[in-house]
Design a protein around this ligand. Structure first.
Ligand code: IMP
Length: 177
């Protein structure tokens, strides 16, 4: 079976070097903004944000802890926009500065749910860092404090993003023709 990179229907949208260059810029801004933070927790949303989170955190020089949420919105949702927390964070966020790291903001429902949960748990501050912003699809507004790229309304894969669990390991963001 041919591997995913060799798929003739796969097109590159954002090459690996452009991703890495933008991630270094985002990290520089985050390092500046959190220089005085006394308790920073970086929280990734599984599984899509993992590649981005790892590359981003390698550039960060501020002391931090790492944790994860896992959500699901497709499948069993009984109404549009209903988001289930499949895995909760292990750490207490109360009084902490939280940097939420997400692969893509699409309708916004996932992030809205997580942001309100973090506020309910009395995080000291919450900021969102998203690699991709598919703005045309937004149904609920979520503030993106650190944004990698705005993209058109296409279904993207790679660099953590999947189609039926495939393509996550691609080093670039691509789309299927
Ligand atoms: P939202 O709640 O609609 O903003 O959806 C966010 C989640 O949907 C992301 O974390 C992804 O897991 C998934 N998603 C949205 N758009 C895409 C895409 O183009 N490719 C792969 N996954 C996507």
């Amino acid at each position: 079976m041919a591997d995913d990179v060799a798929n003739p229907d796969l097109r590159v949208l954002i090459p690996a070097d452009a991703l890495q260059a933008r991630i270094a810029e985002l990290a520089a801004a985050i390092n500046r903004d959190y220089a005085a933070s006394e308790r920073l927790i970086a929280i990734g949303v599984l599984k899509g944000s993992v590649f981005f989170l790892v590359d981003l955190l390698k550039h960060l020089t501020v002391p931090l802890k790492v944790d994860f949420f896992q959500t699901s919105s497709y499948g069993n949702a009984t109404e549009p926009g209903e988001v289930r927390i499949k895995k909760d964070v292990d750490l207490s966020v109360r009084g902490a500065d939280v940097l939420l790291v997400e692969d893509i903001v699409d309708t916004g429902y996932t992030l809205r749910t997580i942001l309100s949960l973090l506020k309910f748990r009395q995080a000291k501050s919450v900021r969102l860092c998203a690699l991709l912003d598919k703005k045309a699809r937004r149904e609920v507004e979520v503030p993106i404090d650190y944004k990698g790229f705005e993209i058109e309304d296409v279904f993207v894969v790679g660099y953590g993003l999947d189609h039926a669990e495939r393509y996550r390991n691609l080093p670039f963001i691509g789309y299927l023709q």
